[in-house]
Design a protein around this ligand. Structure first.
Ligand SMILES: [Zn+2]
Length: 346
């Protein structure tokens, strides 16, 4: 479903106030003083217009959001969380998954399930900690890349492995990208190893990420080493962000708010200057669109009319204030006000 809408007096990304005319779900004009008889008007009253947030990494299959409070009982290791999650979702059958959440090789049949899911149209092949979980990194990655080759799908590898171990897995990933010509087709999520303090370890990895156009997803984790967002972007690497788990069996935290996520990315990267906080905001907006290859993204004429109207003087003000008084526009239709859904878009 698409809609027409005239947004008056909005400030795109904190710039001068202007009007945005939307027809059939797409921004067609952006200029002050527009008139469009018969088109519904949304008066932004000088608030910010922000492009729609891009949630580039989340696990909705295990969220507990909206259910009664669930006491968190998983242990500290990744494998503890996997086992805890499996115990809780035991009664469920989930067929359409292309991410080996519980490991690929250590769970016989997972590879075949992923193959079937991809054949049914799942868009991306997932991988998970080739050394730490499957303990056979070459076999794990060969299987993941073979699925990508077979189905012609990009890859997203969730790499929690720290330091030297993560660097070793990354090198194996690079080898396969080079051999198969999969430049621009691979995202590495979390990539805690890039947060290691040893520049002699990390800098050559960043150079290869740039050379092979490998994208990085970071949640801005509070308690783990985090990829250095500013250095990655400066190297020309596509960087996106996501909530990861939202109040689920792995963690009691999360609310899915990507404006709040931008703040976490900023805090984790020690961003304080406005131009640096803008980098954190970028990972939750255009950076996600760049990684997920979303066409027609932004606030310019020709772009899809997916945007927010948010109080604030600047983008940085919005990131640190995280106001809930937001108007959310999807394909030209106002779908939420003040955190309440007003309309469903099919
Ligand atoms: Zn994840």
């Amino acid at each position: 479903m698409t809609a027409d809408l005239l947004i008056r007096n909005a400030r795109p990304l904190g710039g001068p106030a202007t009007d945005l005319l939307i027809r059939a779900g797409r921004i067609v004009e952006r200029a002050p003083g527009l008139s469009a008889p018969g088109v519904p008007v949304e008066d932004a009253a000088g608030k910010l217009a922000l492009p729609g947030f891009v949630e580039a990494h989340t696990h909705l299959d295990k969220t507990l959001l909206g259910m009664g409070w669930h006491p968190h009982g998983a242990g500290p290791r990744i494998i503890d969380k996997i086992d805890h999650e499996r115990a809780l979702k035991g009664p469920l059958d989930i067929d359409r998954v292309a991410f080996p959440q519980s490991g690929l090789l250590r769970r016989p049949g997972t590879l075949e399930l992923m193959d079937r899911a991809l054949a049914m149209g799942v868009e991306v092949v997932g991988g998970l900690d080739p050394c730490a979980i499957d303990r056979d990194p070459k076999a794990h990655l060969d299987a993941v890349f073979a699925l990508s080759q077979k189905h012609g799908r990009p890859i997203d590898i969730h790499l929690h492995e720290p330091g030297e171990m993560g660097a070793f897995s990354l090198e194996l990933i690079f080898e396969r990208i080079r051999a198969l010509g999969l430049h621009g087709q691979v995202t590495v999520s979390h990539a805690f190893c890039l947060g290691a303090p040893d520049r002699d370890l990390v800098d050559p990895l960043i150079a290869q990420l740039a050379e092979l156009d490998v994208a990085i997803m970071t949640t801005g984790p509070a308690a783990r080493p985090a990829p250095p967002v500013a250095r990655l972007l400066a190297a020309g690497i596509r960087v996106c962000s996501g909530s990861d788990g939202i109040r689920d069996t792995w963690s009691p935290y999360g609310n899915g708010d990507m404006l709040e996520r931008a703040m976490f990315v900023g805090l984790r990267n020690n961003f304080r200057r406005d131009e640096d906080v803008a980098l954190a905001f970028h990972t939750c907006t255009r950076g996600g669109a760049d990684v997920m290859r979303i066409d027609g993204y932004g606030l310019e004429p020709g772009c899809a009319a997916d945007l927010l109207i948010v109080p604030g003087e600047t983008v940085t003000d919005a990131v640190v204030s995280r106001p809930m008084d937001r108007v959310v526009v999807k394909r030209g239709a106002v779908v939420a006000r003040g955190g309440t859904c007003t309309r469903l878009v099919a």
